[in-house]
Ligand binder design. Structure first.
Ligand SMILES: [Zn+2]
Ligand SMILES: [Zn+2]
Length: 249
C-alpha cells in the first residue's frame, strides 16, 4: 500500500486477516459476537493507510490508501431471525469496494469471452493483444452507453467485434462495386472520420442529403454529395432534408 501511494496509485482492496502487519483492529472472534454492521478502523498516520474491519455475514478486512470509512452508508440485508429486511451500517470504503469491484469483474469477464487467440512467440505478444482486447471492450461499452441513451438495444460484443472487423476490411479494400443498401459495416465506415475526401465520381446521381444531382461525392463512401453543406452533413449524421428531396424529384 505504501509503495502504491509513493508511485501515485490509489488502492483499495481486501486483505487477509494475518497480513495486516498486526494492525490493532478488533479481534475477529470478538467481532463475530457483535451485531451485524459493526465496524472498527485504524489509521496509520505515518503511511496514510486506513484499515477497516466490518461484520457483514462474515468479517471482512479492507485496506486503502485514499478512501475513508465515513460517511457510513446504509445497506439492506435480510435478517433471518426477524424474517425481514433490515438496514445495517456499512463503511463508505466497503460500499465503494463493492461498486468498483463489479466494474473490474465485468471488464475481465467481457475480455475473456472474446480474447484474441492468435499465438505469438515474442514475450510482449500478450501485452499487445491484451491492449487490443481492452480497447475493444471499452469501445463496445461506449457503444452500449450510447445506445442506452438513444433508447435502442445495443449490439452484443460478438456483433460489435464482427462489425469493427468488417469496416476495417472494407476500408482497406476501399471500393465496393455497385451501391446497394448500406450494410452495418458501411454505416460504421460512414462515421469513422478516416480518409473521407471529396472528389469527382464517374457518375451523376442524386445527393441523399438534398436530392439534387451532382457528380461530386465522397471517394471512400462512393456516394454522390454536394461539397457543402451535404458532404459534412452526411458524415455527421444530419437528417436529410425530406422536403427538398421531394421537391427535387
Ligand atoms: Zn446535396
Ligand atoms: Zn465518406
Amino acid at each position: 500500500m505504501t509503495r502504491l501511494s509513493n508511485d501515485g496509485f490509489f488502492a483499495l482492496g481486501t486483505v487477509r486477516d494475518n497480513r495486516t502487519n498486526h494492525a490493532p483492529l478488533m479481534n475477529i472472534k470478538e467481532m463475530k459476537k457483535k451485531p451485524r454492521g459493526t465496524s472498527d478502523f485504524r489509521f496509520d498516520m505515518n503511511n496514510s493507510i486506513l484499515a477497516v474491519r466490518w461484520n457483514d455475514n462474515a468479517v471482512v478486512t479492507l485496506l486503502s490508501n485514499f478512501l475513508s470509512h465515513t460517511p457510513m452508508v446504509r445497506a439492506k440485508r435480510y435478517d433471518r431471525k426477524q424474517r425481514k429486511m433490515v438496514t445495517i451500517e456499512q463503511p463508505y470504503l466497503v460500499n465503494e469496494y463493492n461498486h468498483l469491484m463489479g466494474g473490474v469483474d465485468l471488464f475481465d469477464n467481457a475480455m475473456n469471452n472474446y480474447r484474441i487467440r492468435i499465438r505469438g512467440k515474442k514475450w510482449y505478444w500478450p501485452l499487445i493483444t491484451n491492449a487490443f482486447d481492452a480497447a475493444m471492450v471499452n469501445a463496445w461499452k461506449l457503444h452500449c452507453f450510447c445506445r442506452k441513451y438513444d433508447k435502442k438495444p445495443p449490439m452484443s460484443q460478438y456483433e460489435f467485434r464482427v462489425e469493427v472487423c468488417e469496416s476495417i476490411m472494407i476500408k482497406s479494400s476501399y471500393h465496393h462495386p455497385g451501391r446497394t443498401s448500406a450494410s452495418g459495416a458501411q454505416l460504421a465506415m460512414r462515421y469513422d472520420r478516416m480518409d473521407h475526401f471529396i472528389g469527382k465520381l464517374n457518375t451523376r446521381h442524386r445527393c441523399p442529403q438534398c436530392g439534387g444531382k451532382t457528380e461530386y461525392g465522397c471517394l471512400k463512401c462512393q456516394v454522390n454529395l454536394h461539397p457543402a453543406p451535404c458532404f459534412l452533413d452526411y458524415h455527421n449524421g444530419v437528417e436529410p432534408d425530406k422536403k427538398k428531396i421531394a421537391k427535387a424529384k
